[in-house]
Design a protein around this ligand. Sequence first.
Ligand code: MG
Ligand code: ZN
Length: 168
Amino acid sequence: MKVGFLDRDGTIIEDYEDKLWSSITEPVFINGAIDALKAIRQRGYEIIIITNQYLINEKIITLERYKEITDKFIKILLDNGVEILDIFYCPHSKEENCNCMKPKDGMIKMALEKYSKIDMENSFIAGDSLCDIQLGERLGIKAFGIGLDKEEGRTIKIDALKDIVRYL
Ligand SMILES: [Mg+2]
Ligand SMILES: [Zn+2]
């Protein structure tokens, strides 16, 4: 099973400054993102979201609010015919120094434990932050940096998630 490990905020839905997130109750999908997810699925990839949500333990959003946005996120995708295999999130604050906050690989390890059939060699990671592509480098898998100036090893630079499709 090949997987697209995708960041959520700034990659699939709009991202905001940390403080602004306290007033956000709805996911706002980035133009073309849903079609991109469809195309990724059509190319035979399962989709797993891995998302840093330190805002939870930093008390900017509640866990309930995170879950509310996640439920809406999943529902909108399902309504558009896009199934997500799973979502892993890191709720920890930066000071907690956990093992799951990207660029650490804890969320990937959790995914590998839960889904033994993941074929990492043919999987990829995509995200709009340095931590996403650093994680890709750490794992040695294909990585896509969205809107990032910085290139890191094997990372492919793209402007938006929809640009991924031609590389898959
Ligand atoms: Mg992001
Ligand atoms: Zn964590």
